[in-house]
Design a protein around this ligand. Structure first.
Ligand SMILES: *Cc1c(COP(=O)(O)O)cnc(C)c1O
Length: 224
């Protein structure tokens, strides 16, 4: 048994406590670096929405799992290099880490060539941390407008990873406001440690790894 039933129950409780429909919050099971057996356990329990943060690692296992389990909704939640755009667009239903013009242009060019594009979320660096990916909050509106109007990209949501050393609430609030004023339907925020707070602030998807699968083995981290 995985932690799926418990995490799902916690999501439902948090949604009800916030006066929200539990069906308005989806659980993205973050399977990066997890052993295959744990992923299969969650698939066997019927879950079909997963998140990975590296294209190469995801390529190594999800095509075979889709063959076995059928349609799986896959989200890319980690940084995307422009040379992996095609591979990411082949594999993922949603790319949550669009954070710079060069990447958006590359996705737009490829989307035009194939006549299709995954859903795109804009990653916002709500804490304006030097080392963290994401567009600065003050630049988000203009970037979103450019992606939509000049590049015709299907930008439908926003994503953020708040600073690890601060209470996340003000960051959740900021991200929800950016979503609201830009007419975004998807707000991806909240991880194992704080997904209930994220739901209180309007998260429509929470990205939960360790609370669901168990702790990640740091020595198992792969490149790519
Ligand atoms: C790893 C990861 C998560 C899940 O983290 P947990 O703390 O294990 O729930 C969520 N979002 C992103 C972007 C991640 O890289």
């Amino acid at each position: 048994m995985s932690g799926l039933a418990e995490v799902s129950a916690r999501i439902e409780r948090a949604a009800r406590a916030a006066g929200r429909d539990p069906a308005s919050v989806s659980l993205i099971a973050v399977s990066k670096v997890q052993p295959l057996a744990r992923i299969e356990a969650v698939l066997d329990e019927g879950h079909r929405i997963f998140g990975e943060n590296r294209v190469q690692e995801a390529q190594g296992r999800w095509p075979a799992l889709r063959d076995r389990y059928g349609a799986i909704d896959l989200h890319l939640i980690g940084p995307l290099q422009t040379n992996k755009v095609k591979a990411a667009m082949d594999l993922f239903n949603t790319i949550q880490s669009v954070d710079r013009t060069r990447l958006a242009v590359k996705i737009a060019t490829e989307a035009q060539a194939r006549g299709a594009c995954p859903d795109l979320y804009i990653q916002v660096n709500t804490g304006e941390e030097q080392q963290k990916a994401g567009i600065a909050p003050g630049e988000a509106d203009a970037f979103i407008a450019r992606c939509r109007e000049e590049m015709d990209l299907p930008v439908t949501g926003v994503m953020a990873i708040p600073p690890a050393d601060e209470p996340p609430e003000s960051h959740f609030d900021l991200l929800a406001q950016i979503a609201e004023r830009n007419g975004m339907s998807a707000v991806s925020m909240g991880m194992s440690a704080d997904f209930e707070a994220a739901i209180a602030y309007g998260a429509t998807s929470v990205r939960v790894g360790s609370a669901l699968f168990g702790a990640r083995d740091p020595s198992a981290i792969t490149g790519g």
